[in-house]
Design a protein around this ligand. Structure first.
Ligand code: ATP
Ligand code: MG
Ligand code: MG
Length: 397
């Protein structure tokens, strides 16, 4: 279908599902990650590179085998990506890096990401940098943002590991201990009524918020439910929001993504407030947990359209329509390293679509897989998933 080889930095579950989509279209993929990582387990055709996506030499080795480099995680070495792009340009090679290293670099620092969104006129929660992690500095934060506020690691954060809710004076020291040695910023506490998310496909290279209508395509607005800062459930479409809110969230997400350089799929997490206004929480420059439902309930999944975007293949507007209601439940590890399998088994028996990531034994709270329940109506999907949610709660303890 396309003779080019795609290199993926990272071989976790997102890389694995991206590879599944590539395999369906006979697209050759090389993966950079540890041996037997989730994606490598199912890549029989290309050994890829064993190593770390944060290691410059390993990234260079992967690049030497590929025509297009992409990522399934934002915590990669963007300096080597910048060098590779410059070398490709000066030496007349055709290595493409999508999305752009600039987008990845800005997004991987959540504070810089916020500043860029603000420049583009996108509303985000009020925040401030925390130059040194000290009690004195957090007193300055408190005088500006007031308790409670969210202390966040600027880099390396995922699944809430990097967030600490500072509700009162007594949380200050534990927060500093929990996030020590990490660059920090603080965010005002957002009393959202619902968390929303939209997957956006960027189809043009340039960063230009004003051209969002021609440079982006969106999937519908979904509702995400987090527990302890980690995504638990995704409802597609978001329940109980008006069509106007659904469209407005998609438009905001598209504008937000238009401000970044490069092509491919992006995830946009948002907060819906009581007055119906919407803030962007954060952006992911890659497939996203809130977009897994697209595998079963849209014509083309977030993985299919990511491949199309980075290979410059057309993406019809219909591709992202929601064809059926869906609820996605993450399969998270409990205390017992194997208890998550009880949920996978129950879901499978109940006719839910089960995705296990091949991570072996679980640790508590680790994403081991997910399941998707489809319904002719949302009520039907809600009814069918109810016992599975109860079991997930029991396993997590
Ligand atoms: P991800 O796995 O999505 O990358 P992350 O570790 O980057 O997560 P965030 O998205 O910043 O973390 O936060 C995780 C969750 O914590 C949010 O989805 C939301 O439920 C809650 N949260 C984050 N920031 C705030 C805030 N300012 N006010 C209230 N709740 C918040
Ligand atoms: Mg994040
Ligand atoms: Mg998040």
């Amino acid at each position: 279908m396309d003779p080019r080889t795609i290199g993926i930095l990272g071989g976790g579950q997102l890389g694995r599902m991206l590879l599944e989509a590539a395999n369906n279209r006979n697209i050759n993929v090389a993966i950079l990650d540890k041996k037997a990582s989730p994606a490598k387990q199912i890549n029989g055709t290309n050994p890829g590179v064993d190593g770390s996506f944060a290691d410059a030499q390993a990234i260079r080795k992967l690049a030497s085998q590929c025509d297009v480099l992409t990522v399934e995680i934002e915590h990669v070495d963007t300096h080597v990506l910048e060098e590779l792009e410059n070398e490709s340009l000066s030496q007349g090679k055709n290595l493409e890096i999508q999305p752009s290293w600039q987008a990845i670099r800005t997004i991987q620092d959540k504070y810089l990401q916020k500043m860029l969104l603000l420049e583009g006129g996108i509303d985000v929660a009020q925040s401030m940098a925390v130059p040194t992690a000290s009690e004195k500095e957090l007193r300055v934060v408190e005088s500006n943002l007031k308790y409670p506020f969210m202390l966040k690691a600027r880099t390396g954060a995922y699944d809430g590991r990097g967030n600490y809710a500072v509700k009162s004076e007594k949380d200050v020291q534990p927060a500093l201990d929990a996030l020590k040695n990490r660059p920090l910023y603080a965010e005002v506490w957002v009393n959202f009524t619902m968390e929303l998310a939209v997957m956006v496909i960027k189809t043009k290279d340039e960063a230009d918020t004003s051209s969002w209508a021609s440079s982006t395509i969106s999937y519908p607005t979904v509702e995400t439910v987090h527990e302890d800062s980690i995504c638990k459930l995704v409802y597609a479409p978001a329940r109980g929001i008006s069509n106007e809110t659904n469209q407005r969230a998609q438009q905001l997400a598209r504008k937000a993504i238009a401000s970044f350089k490069g092509k491919g799929i992006f995830g946009v997490e948002m907060f819906l407030l009581e007055d119906n206004s919407i803030l962007v929480n954060e952006i992911a420059p890659r497939p996203h947990n809130s977009g897994h439902y697209t595998i079963e309930s849209c014509r083309l999944s977030q993985y299919d359209t990511h491949l199309s975007a980075i290979l410059d293949r057309p993406i019809p507007a219909k591709a992202t329509e929601l064809l059926t209601s869906a609820i996605m439940l993450n399969i998270l590890g409990g205390e017992d390293p194997k208890s998550f399998l009880r949920l996978a088994n129950a879901a499978d028996t109940a006719g839910a679509k089960v995705h296990l990531y091949g991570k072996g034994d679980a640790t508590k709270g680790r994403k081991m897989g997910h399941l998707t329940v489809l319904g002719n109506t949302m009520e039907e999907a809600e009814q069918d998933i109810e016992p599975l949610i109860r079991l997930a709660d029991e396993i997590r303890g």
